[in-house]
Design a protein around this ligand. Structure first.
Ligand code: GCO
Length: 255
């Protein structure tokens, strides 16, 4: 593999990575040579996932903390500091979905989605960027957008607002941190076969809509996102900043 994509000697923190796309990203970066730190709130699930990677010979560890709580995030980074572990690559993957028409949506449900899907990226990136800047080496921050970073779908308003915010927060990170050799970019997954989308996948009409709405005429697979994650984590993307790369089968490119 070209050294441009080699992540050996680097440490990557992937939030919300005990399962789903987060675990795929973590495994992909580990395959490219990175030491990976998996994060989740579910300690037992996290332990299983860390062991899966360790059993494959990858360097992996788990870190339980709530990405939406600044105190917990700071304590987690201080623990890494104490262990002499520097985060070179951060993937802000943690996120939830909550589907309900806005007129029926409780403010608490709106706030929870915004807190976990948008504000957490600010909180965790702030802690990481402080250390990337202080260390002088810079680093990579990868946020996770969505088709809803560009276009809205009914009944997922807080998710859509958060993912639109992720696109612009990514650009704000570039505005402030590119000078410190931090490259902040985003991945915009299309409709991917994940647990979060299980209800949609099982819905015959929705499944047909996904297949008829994108030129690839199919759902994406989690491992089809790994290449973009490795690319944005590697030296191959050192002059790319503030971008969102859509891995969507061409959905957003065509009418
Ligand atoms: C939904 C889905 C989407 C996808 C993805 C599309 O309810 O429409 O959950 O949000 O997960 O974000 O890009």
């Amino acid at each position: 593999m070209s050294s441009l994509f080699n992540l050996s000697g680097r440490t990557a923190l992937v939030t919300g990575s005990a399962r789903g796309l987060g675990f795929s990203y973590a495994e992909g970066l580990a395959q490219a040579g990175a030491s990976v730190i998996l994060n989740d709130l579910r300690e037992e699930v996290l332990k299983e996932s860390v062991k899966k990677l360790q059993d494959k010979g990858f360097k992996a560890k788990g870190l339980v903390f709530d990405v939406s709580k600044e105190e917990a995030v700071n304590a987690a980074f201080e623990q890494l500091d104490a262990e002499g572990i520097k985060v070179d690559i951060l993937i802000n993957n943690a996120g939830i979905q909550f589907r309900k028409p806005m007129v029926d949506l409780d403010l608490a449900d709106w706030q929870r989605v915004i807190d976990i899907n948008l504000t957490s990226a600010f909180i965790v990136s702030k802690a990481a960027a402080k250390r990337m800047t202080a260390g002088g080496k810079g680093g990579k921050i990868i946020n996770i957008g969505s088709l809803t970073s560009e276009a809205a779908r009914a009944t997922v308003a807080p998710y859509t607002a958060a993912k639109g915010g992720i696109k612009m927060l990514t650009r704000a990170m570039s505005a402030e941190w590119a000078q410190f050799n931090i490259q902040a970019n985003a991945i915009g997954p299309g409709y991917i076969l994940t647990d979060m989308n299980e209800a949609l996948i099982q819905n015959v009409e929705f499944d047909a809509w996904v297949k008829s709405s994108n030129p690839s005429q199919r759902w994406g697979k989690p491992d089809e996102l790994i290449g973009t994650a490795v690319y944005l984590s590697s030296d191959a993307s050192n002059y790319i900043n503030g971008q969102i790369i859509y891995v969507d089968g061409g959905w957003l490119a065509v009418l």
